[in-house]
Ligand binder design. Sequence first.
Ligand code: CAA
Length: 272
Amino acid sequence: MTEDLNNYKFSLKNDNLLLETFNLGIEKKQILIITINREKSLNAVNIDILKSLTNILNHVKNDSNILSIILTGAGNKAFIAGADIKSMSTYSPEEAYNYSVLGQDLVKLINSFEKPIIAAINGYALGGGCEIASACHLRYASENSIFGQPEVKLGIIAGWGGTVNLKKLIGLGNATKLLISGNTINSDEAYRIGLVNMVFPLQNFLLSVIKEVKSFCQNSPNAIKNTLFSINSSDNGESYTIESDLFRDSFKHEDSSAGLSAFLKREKPKFK
Ligand code: CAA
């Protein structure tokens, strides 16, 4: 079935994203599969990727032939290992704030999207990766996946909606534990606490996700659109603002440079 994937024609500035479609066999209706393509950096998301993802979603919003979107990562080790620590390690507090707001704009766009967006999590979903997955309407994971919000181990906080969205998915206690421990959990535990909807074997993982998504693409797109709108109609504006302000503040504290540079030097950070 994955041999049926076709290129999706949309001009991208670089090859950090791969765009393919799966033909649903109903007129020209398709599923769009977006792959984050930075396998060597475990698909860490930089500013270019945030902007490209936002652009493509804004384009697809008006394409009536695309019924649903699957977001995944290249390779079989990572969905997204987080925001790009290499670029973040040189950020001023203002640059960090802008990075947070750009990421939040993307997660808000995903969350409020009128077509279902499904995270196909094929490995590490850490930090910003777990936040992007949490913003999607559904999360399907391969059995080798690892989830977590390790920001506190880097001396910073989650900046792309983690403090806003996780508690809605897995409850306040589970969200707080992930966000302040920085510890990771595996797919079984993620399923147990409701972070993922289903777990599939790694073999033929994308195929299994496509089969699931294909099944609900048979339903009325208009009814799905209105259902998603109704589910997501609560206002999170203030919580997002508090998060990006505090993300900036963490870059004013010496713990952030200690934590971010320790990761790059493969050392244990010394926090104040
Ligand atoms: N940013 C940039 N590069 C990253 C990265 C990230 N988030 N995660 C991994 N990489 C890079 C590594 O630096 C390494 O690159 P080099 O080969 O050039 O050194 C490459 O990907 C492979 O990584 P590892 O050698 O570390 O692979 P591993 O199998 O030993 O470990 C891992 C895998 C446990 C996921 C480890 O890479 C890791 O801990 N990554 C960081 C995860 C993290 O802290 N994410 C949160 C980022 S902060 C954030 O996301 C803020 C926010 O909310 C917006």
